[in-house]
Each structure stands twice: as structure tokens, then as C-alpha cells.
Write a protein that binds this ligand. Structure first.
Ligand code: UD1
Ligand code: CA
Length: 464
């Protein structure tokens, strides 16, 4: 994008109709706080500066913005969009470039459309260009009133509109480009003379015409992009549209989604090509999935790195974990935070893992709990193995060397260390370290009492 650009994001409104304890702009759309969508646009159009006007829950909004290069301006009292822009312009004092204004509650807006708006603005050397669109139901939006020659005359807010003007279906999207000297002048002249007693940024159009500067519009056909979120119903609608957009993006990139309407992929997820995702899957947060992996139905994967050629069988929960190439997980496995699986690892039915590493080729195929553990490579963990990592006070570590065979139904009472190549007999309770290459067996020796069962059977028959 050519030229110098600063972006102002208006986000001080309370969002009363959300009926929420959370500021509206913090509500997530496709797993990402709404406020980050305009920030992303501001970044995409190479804004030299990004100034956000915030009011409610400033601390939490600032936290959501951490790591982003955004300057914050506080608006204590929400006196209207022009008042908010005036505060932002105090921060941008002396800035000579163009100023893009975006709303904090319009997450479907794209940088493509905003770039087109900026190009249109530059092409006709306007002082202000408003992004407009035509909608089926313009209720609630400012209407674009045009002159006989088709150029813009003014913007009239819904609440101030006569019946005639209410019939206009071309609306103000709340997205603008201004030349900064004109914007600074205009906001000084705006008065709160309207039904809402608010300072309307939209009045800058009439002020521009009065001053004789060029005032322009750019009309987009992408009418879904302008939908503002004011209620939970609109939030759900916008969220659904965003997810459809995200799913399409992945399909275009070579990902197969089976019944995409039932698959929820958050905005921050990265998926390589030839991955297949089955219905009912939710993929959240900062997750990546490597090429040719298959995710079978009904799993939730959050903030995890899934390697290449990985198979996640049905109904797994995977959180803050890493899965190496060629591994298989599930069905019904729970990988809790801190799980790291190497290459070609197998984790099967009803296995729970927490803060544990499993080396290459190791297996825990059935009914197992591994917590606070380091498992080497080529290890076989038998069915029903449990690391007893918690003594009711502190957590302790279990270390299992390479090539260890842990027989079924074993309890490993941590802290405990099993040396390389050792074998643990099935049914053992291991409380002491096991040397490399040793057999550990800790169970009551079996006694067989000849004929005992037969005798009891007879006794029972006699009594009946
Ligand atoms: C505004 C426009 C309207 C347009 C619509 C598009 C004005 C007067 N009206 O109306 O023409 O069709 O957006 O969605 O500009 N905000 C502040 N401080 C304030 C007031 C608002 O930061 O004092 C922020 C809000 O948080 C919001 C944005 O500005 O992100 C728009 O404000 P809102 O009250 O939602 O304006 P609308 O009535 O929707
Ligand atoms: Ca709004």
C-alpha cells in the first residue's frame, strides 16, 4: 500500500445489548477477540501507527492487545464517534499522512476491501472517502443521502432519519479514509446537535462539502463485511460467517473437510495440505497440523502442534501438546498440557497423559495414566499402567529408560526410575528404582489350591 497511513480503531463503546460482563470487543469470533480483527487489517495495510480508542475494561482490552504495536487512548465518556476520533487525533498530532478509521465491532471487514477504499480515495484525490454498501435491511445504520448528480450530500443516522431517508438502502459502513489535516479541522467543527446529543463523525461529510473539499464514497458489493456485532444473535451470525470463511480458506489450500458445516477451526490455526478432517471436530487457538494427517470425528484440539502423517482417531481431547510425525492417538485419548510425543508413538484407548514425554516408537495403547513422566524410545507401556505422581501434597517424576517393557496393571509410585531395557512384571507396584536390564516383580506369589473350587461347588449344591 503506497503512501503514509495511520489507523484509528474505535472501540470504546460498552455494547449494552450484549448483556455481558465482558466488554463487547473482547468477545471472541472464531476464537479470537473481536478487537484483533481491525488490528489485523491495520497491520495488513501497513499502518505506520495504530491508535485504538478504548473505554470499558481498558486493562483487559490492553492485555488482549499485548505484543501488538497499538497505541491506546482512553475515552472516559462515550460522547460519540467524532469525540473518539478527536481523542485519537490528539495522539496523532502533527501526523501528515492519511488516516483510516475502523470500527472495533465489525470483524468481517477485510483488508482487501479497505485497500480498495484507500486506492479509490487516492485516485480521486479526495479529502474523505466513506466506504458504503447496499443492504436488504438498513435499519440502525447511517444512510447515504446523494445529490442529483449522484455524489454524496450527507449521512443521516437512523435515529435522525425521516421516513423518506429511512427508505434508502445504501448505508455507511463506519469505515473511512481521511486526509489528516482535513480530519483535524472537521472534528473541531462537529456539534452534538442531533437526537442522540452525540458528536457524529458522519457530520464530517457535510463539513467537507461546505469547505469545498472533495468528498467521496466507495461502494463495496461485499455487504456481509459490514455487519456490526451489537447482540449475541449478531455475534453468532458473524461467528458462523467467519468460520465458513476460515473453512473455505483451508479447503482452497488443499485441506479436505468432511461436512465442513460441523467443523470449527479458530482464526489462528495453520493446516498443511492433504490433511483430512472429519465432522464434529473443533480446532482451537494456536494449533498447527502437518501434512497428510487425518483427524477422525469429534475431537477437540487446542494450542497444539500436530506433526505430519499423524492419525487422531475419534473423540480425543488434545491440549497444549506436541505430537510427532507418524504418531497415532485415540480413540478416546486425553492429552493434557505438556504432553510431547516423539515420532511414531502410539497412544490408544482411554489413555490420559499430562506433562510427559514419550520417545520415538513408544506405545501406551490402553487405559493408562502417565503424568509428570519421561518415557524413552521403544518403550511398551502395558494396559492399565498408572504413574502415581501425586502424594496428596507434591507431584513427583517417573523416568522410564529406552526399550523398557512395563507389564499390564502396573503402578509406578513416583519418584521412581526404571533403567534402560528393564522389564516390569505385570501387576507390579514399583516403589524402588529398577536397574537397567533387570526384571522387577512385586506381587504376591501365586498359590494354587488343588480341588478347592470343586469342593466348594459340591458344598453349595448340598446346602440348596
Ligand atoms: C456508526 C455510524 C453509522 C454507521 C455505523 C456502521 C456514527 C455517528 N454513526 O453508528 O453511520 O452506519 O456506525 O456500523 O458514526 N465508539 C467509541 N466512542 C464513542 C462512540 C462509539 O469508541 O463515543 C465506537 C464504538 O465502540 C463502535 C464504533 O465507535 O466500535 C461505532 O459506534 P456505534 O455507537 O456502534 O455507532 P453506530 O450507532 O453503530
Ligand atoms: Ca455499531
Amino acid at each position: 500500500m503506497s503512501g503514509h497511513i495511520a489507523t484509528i480503531i474505535l472501540a470504546a463503546g460498552l455494547g449494552k445489548r450484549m448483556k455481558s460482563g465482558l466488554a463487547k470487543v473482547l468477545h471472541p469470533v472464531a476464537g479470537m477477540p473481536m478487537i484483533l480483527y481491525p488490528v489485523r487489517i491495520a497491520e495488513d495495510i501497513s499502518s505506520e501507527r495504530i491508535v485504538m480508542v478504548i473505554g470499558h475494561q481498558a486493562d483487559r482490552v490492553q492485555k488482549a492487545l499485548s505484543g501488538r504495536n497499538v497505541e491506546i487512548v482512553h475515552q472516559a465518556e462515550q460522547r460519540g464517534t467524532a469525540d473518539a476520533v478527536r481523542l485519537a487525533m490528539e495522539s496523532l498530532k502533527g501526523y501528515r499522512g492519511r488516516v483510516v478509521v475502523l470500527c472495533g465491532d465489525v470483524p468481517l471487514m477485510t483488508s482487501k476491501t479497505v485497500s480498495e477504499l484507500i486506492s479509490a480515495h487516492q485516485k480521486c484525490s479526495a479529502s474523505v472517502t466513506v466506504l458504503t454498501t447496499e443492504v436488504e435491511d438498513p435499519t440502525g445504520y447511517g444512510r447515504i443521502v446523494r445529490q442529483a448528480d449522484g455524489s454524496i450530500l450527507k449521512i443521516v443516522e437512523d435515529k435522525d432519519a425521516s421516513d423518506d431517508i429511512k427508505g434508502i438502502r445504501e448505508v455507511n459502513t463506519g469505515t473511512y479514509v481521511f486526509n489528516s489535516p482535513f480530519l483535524s479541522e472537521a472534528i473541531r467543527e462537529i456539534r452534538a446537535e442531533n437526537v442522540q446529543k452525540e458528536f457524529y463523525l458522519t457530520d464530517s461529510i457535510e463539513i467537507g462539502l461546505k469547505k469545498g473539499v472533495k468528498v467521496s464514497t466507495y461502494k463495496t458489493r461485499e455487504r456481509e463485511e459490514v455487519i456490526g456485532v451489537n447482540s449475541r444473535g449478531e455475534l453468532a451470525m458473524v461467528d458462523g460467517m467467519m468460520r465458513r470463511r476460515i473453512n473455505n480458506h483451508h479447503m482452497v489450500n488443499g485441506v479436505s473437510l468432511i461436512n465442513p458445516g460441523s467443523i470449527y477451526i479458530d482464526a489462528g490455526v495453520t493446516i498443511a495440505r492433504d490433511v483430512t478432517i472429519y465432522p464434529g471436530t473443533t480446532i482451537q487457538g494456536d494449533t498447527t497440523i502437518g501434512k497428510s494427517s487425518v483427524i477422525y470425528p469429534n475431537s477437540r484440539i487446542a494450542d497444539s502442534q500436530i506433526g505430519e502423517d499423524v492419525t487422531v482417531k475419534d473423540a480425543c481431547v488434545i491440549e497444549e501438546s506436541r505430537i510427532g510425525n507418524g504418531s497415532q492417538v485415540g480413540p478416546f485419548a486425553h492429552l493434557r498440557p505438556g504432553t510431547i510425543l516423539g515420532k511414531n508413538v502410539r497412544v490408544g484407548n482411554y489413555v490420559e497423559i499430562k506433562k510427559a514425554v514419550m520417545g520415538e516408537g513408544s506405545k501406551a495403547n490402553h487405559l493408562t495414566y502417565l503424568g509428570d513422566a519421561e518415557v524413552g524410545s521403544g518403550v511398551n507401556i502395558g494396559a492399565g499402567t498408572i504413574t502415581c505422581n501425586y502424594d496428596g501434597w507434591k507431584k513427583h517424576k517417573t523416568i522410564i529408560g529406552d526399550g523398557v517393557f512395563v507389564g499390564s496393571d502396573t503402578q509406578l509410585v513416583a519418584p521412581v526410575k526404571i533403567g534402560d531395557g528393564a522389564i516390569i512384571a505385570a501387576g507390579s507396584t514399583v516403589t524402588k528404582d529398577v536397574p537397567p536390564g533387570a526384571l522387577a516383580i512385586s506381587r504376591v506369589e501365586q498359590r494354587n489350591m488343588e480341588g478347592w473350587a470343586e469342593k466348594r461347588k459340591k458344598r453349595k449344591a448340598e446346602e440348596e
